[in-house]
Design a protein around this ligand. Structure first.
Ligand code: BES
Ligand code: ZN
Ligand code: ZN
Length: 414
């Protein structure tokens, strides 16, 4: 690194994996900002994507403080013996897409509601290759998305599904992803205790992650067609709130016995997974991304996501993409005694199982929205742990992490 003409050697002894490079990048940017450097020049090798991502991610700031600290760091010049412009471009675009997700996860439930999100999405993709379609409450009703609507019923904001499509010429595969976008999860009538309710502005992370992916595609494209659905709702309480004991008829006709209104994400995702399959007849891979269960956090911790589904090969592909992106995905496997865990005595399904293996059971519930044809194309990704962090770790500051964006980019680039 060169700062004001002075050459600084950075020791890279412990730096081995590409993710180590990413973390180092963030450490360097953080340090440069802390010592109030205006500009620096860094000599980088040809394979510099992870490092440059780290540099850019390290520049992330988000605050509601009335007095904002201004960063003095204006530029980092990258020099190399090789031609790195394409790699650098990709890295910066990926990091910026991830930071969009961080921003919206961090935004308060009042500032990030279904209207402000719709407006921001429309503004971002105006004049780009991304097509925006929004389904309001009238459309959701017509489509029989009664699970999604029930969850949002006590909110003063409107339920919405935002659909984004990227269609390149002569595409080979069509990849579809559905994101949980709970702008707030109070638990509803099955209300969360106070200390569990705090941070539930992050319950929109799944939807914000697929939005981040589309931001990347609007700049850098992909050879595959990609369609994402953001299922936006707010789980609140008033006289019209949906109730434990309700039975809902979902988009595909299945009936769901509501046992706990805090298991709302699976209801929103269920209907949106039905919609995604109805609208797209040929799907090569179908993902759902959601901060779906507290159980996922217990099972896999704050750093890793859980994978649920009937296709082990597909899970391995996601894990490999995760390795490349520096994100960890653990297998939340089924076993045969679990297969009736979301069956109900009154209706077809119950929205809760017994608490054990809650991550798998929530995923199992989602598979009931999947048609036979798509059974092996579907994997659910529970990001409840890694989407939001109360302590800084790796290249993540406190708050929304943007976890999943870079792995999705890898997945749609294959
Ligand atoms: N949004 C929560 C899951 C969550 C918890 C995400 C903690 C991130 C951190 C979800 O809607 C929820 O409340 N799930 C319940 C389900 C239960 C009632 C079956 C849970 O996990 O406790
Ligand atoms: Zn909940
Ligand atoms: Zn939730």
């Amino acid at each position: 690194i060169v700062i004001s003409g002075k050459r600084l050697i950075v020791g890279i002894n412990g730096v081995k994996t590409s993710d180590d490079w990413r973390v180092l990048g963030t450490k360097i940017t953080t340090k440069l900002k802390a010592i109030k450097v205006k500009s620096a020049t860094i000599n980088v090798p040809k394979k510099c994507q992870a490092f440059v991502e780290g540099l850019q991610l390290g520049d992330y700031e988000f605050t509601y403080k009335s007095e904002k600290k201004k960063s003095t760091l204006k530029t980092i010049n990258l020099v190399s013996k090789s031609n790195i412009s394409k790699t650098v471009n990709k890295a910066i675009t990926a990091a910026n897409a991830q930071c969009l997700t961080r921003d919206w996860v961090n935004t308060t439930p009042e500032d990030a509601n279904s209207d402000t999100i719709e407006r921001a999405v429309r503004k971002m993709f105006k004049g780009t290759d991304i097509v925006v379609d929004v389904y309001g409450e009238k459309e959701l009703k017509k489509l029989n998305m009664n699970g999604h609507l029930a969850v949002n019923r006590a909110s003063r904001h409107k339920a919405k599904t935002i659909k984004l499509t990227y269609t390149p010429k002569n595409f080979k595969k069509h990849i579809v992803a559905v994101g949980k976008g709970l702008t707030y999860d109070s638990g509803g009538l099955s209300i969360k205790p106070g200390n569990h309710m705090t941070t539930m502005k992050s319950d929109k992370a799944g939807a914000m992650t697929v939005w981040g992916l589309m931001k990347y595609l609007s700049k850098n494209g992909s050879k595959n067609k990609v369609t994402v659905y953001m299922g936006i709702a707010e789980n609140m309480i008033d006289g019209s709130a949906y109730k434990p004991d309700d039975v809902l008829t979902m988009k595909n006709g299945k009936t769901v016995h509501v046992k706990n209104t805090d298991a709302e994400g699976r209801l929103v995702l269920f209907d949106n997974l039905c919609l995604a399959q109805d609208e797209n007849k040929k799907i090569d891979a179908l993902y759902s991304l959601a901060t779906l269960t507290g159980a996922e956090v217990y099972q896999f911790g704050e750093e890793a996501a859980g994978l649920v589904g009937f296709n082990d090969k597909m899970k391995k592909v996601i894990q490999k993409a995760g390795d490349k992106a520096g994100e960890i995905f653990m297998d939340a496997a089924f076993h045969k005694y679990m297969m009736d865990a979301v069956d109900d005595d009154l209706a077809d399904l119950s929205n809760t199982g017994t608490p054990n293996m809650g991550c798998q059971k929530a995923g199992l519930f989602l598979t009931k929205a999947i048609t036979k044809k798509n059974k092996k194309k579907f994997t659910h990704i529970d990001i409840a742990g890694p989407a939001y962090t109360k302590k800084a770790w790796g290249y993540n500051p406190v708050g929304g992490t943007g976890f999943g964006v870079r792995t999705l980019i890898e997945l749609v680039s294959m």
